[in-house]
Design a protein around this ligand. Structure first.
Ligand code: NAP
Length: 332
């Protein structure tokens, strides 16, 4: 491996730009190559973020001299693009949702193991300081046993609504795109649910959800109530309530701007200090991947393969209950 971990970016869209900006804050790493389907877009992106190599196709990036590739294409391409890179023996950080379903995710991990290369879902929230602070408070018993979680993620999609949000061929729908954050929070704090109920409002004629509401019952009787919507702006907050108090994560609970509040024994909510630094917040997951690669790990000890498989399994279950279906579901 080179002195610095050499990053490549596959797909030069919106999130790729935020991630590329944050890579500048990551120690021991450098952005060296980017690929777009469009040569001009790749050149422009490379110039903006200082990548020397730019490609007009993804295969050339997979074959190039990089150590790790960040995959930032629509959900339905995560499987194909991750396999492209893993089979070229490149480590991968793949955007959420890692795949369309659990079967795909499991195959992706098998290929990573067979090639002996690192792969991780880019579930950035898990690496953010405020999320870690919340876990610290919970593990210290501050709010007692968690009995109830409520979390939402909704925004009014701009018109015309981008195809990525409604087209089943691109993995569209609110659950996989943003509902995944409340579901991840409930799973990581309460474990896999024993019961799942869900309702959706579909995009007419598309079969994928414009809005989704999920209620889950977890071991010991704890309940989680989770929602996502592209129809309206919602608070994007999380409330984690326990036998001794509650934690609230305010707008937007899943990202680097979230503010954390704590109430114990019915005292008024007070804000909890959280470490902040410049950037969009993607530097924390990128630093973690860089450190894993320097230490020659093929799996993250923080966000394990099992974490992603569990998340995919629960998303599959929710989709089954409320009837969200993708073409990829038929292939397996
Ligand atoms: N972690 C987060 O906070 C976060 C936030 C937003 C999105 N995401 C995830 O990141 C992924 C991309 O989201 P985005 O908002 O960046 O989307 P986007 O702006 O539409 O960018 C996606 C990029 O994928 C490439 N692409 C390849 N095949 C495509 C196709 N058939 N149709 C459209 N684009 C195609 C395009 O890059 P080229 O044309 O350059 O090849 C496009 O610019 C999604 O899976 C999403 O869940 C994560």
């Amino acid at each position: 491996m080179a002195e610095k971990i050499r990053w490549g970016i596959l797909g030069c869209g919106k999130i790729a730009a935020k991630f590329a900006a944050d890579l500048r804050l990551v120690k021991d790493s450098a952005l060296v190559a980017v690929a777009s389907r469009d040569a001009e877009r790749a050149a422009e992106f490379g110039k903006t973020f200082g990548a020397a190599l730019t490609f007009d196709n993804y295969e050339a990036l997979a074959a190039s001299a990089v150590d790790v590739i960040y995959i930032a294409t629509p959900h339905s391409f995560h499987y194909e693009h991750t396999l492209l890179c893993l089979n070229a023996k490149k480590a991968v950080l793949c955007e959420k949702p890692f795949a369309i379903n659990r079967v795909q995710a499991s195959q992706m991990f098998d290929i990573a193991r067979a090639n002996g290369v690192f792969v991780m879902e880019a579930f950035w929230s898990k690496f953010l300081p405020q999320y870690r602070k919340v876990i610290e408070l919970i593990n210290a018993g501050t709010i007692g046993t968690i009995t109830w979680i409520q979390a939402d993620f909704g925004f009014k999609a701009p018109e015309p609504v981008p195809a990525r949000l409604w087209d089943p061929l691109l993995g569209g729908g609110s659950l996989l795109d943003i509902g995944i954050y409340p579901v991840f929070l409930a799973l990581s704090l309460l474990g896999k649910p024993e019961e799942v109920n869900a309702l959706i409002t579909s995009y007419p004629g598309r079969g994928v959800d414009q809005q989704c509401i999920v209620n889950m019952k977890h071991k010991g009787g704890a309940l989680s109530s989770l929602s996502s919507t592209f129809s309206t702006d919602t608070p994007v907050q999380a409330v984690i309530a326990g036998t001794n108090g509650r934690i609230e994560m305010h707008n937007r609970f899943h990202n680097a701007t979230a503010r954390v509040y704590l109430s114990v024994n019915r005292e008024p909510l007070t804000e909890v200090d959280v470490y902040r630094e410049d950037g969009n917040g993607y530097q924390f997951e990128a630093q973690h991947v860089t450190d894993c690669l320097i230490n020659k790990l093929t799996e993250s000890p923080v966000l394990t393969f099992q974490d992603t498989l569990d998340l995919m399994e629960v998303l599959d279950k929710i989709r089954h209950v409320c009837g969200i279906k993708y073409p990829e579901d038929d292939a397996f």
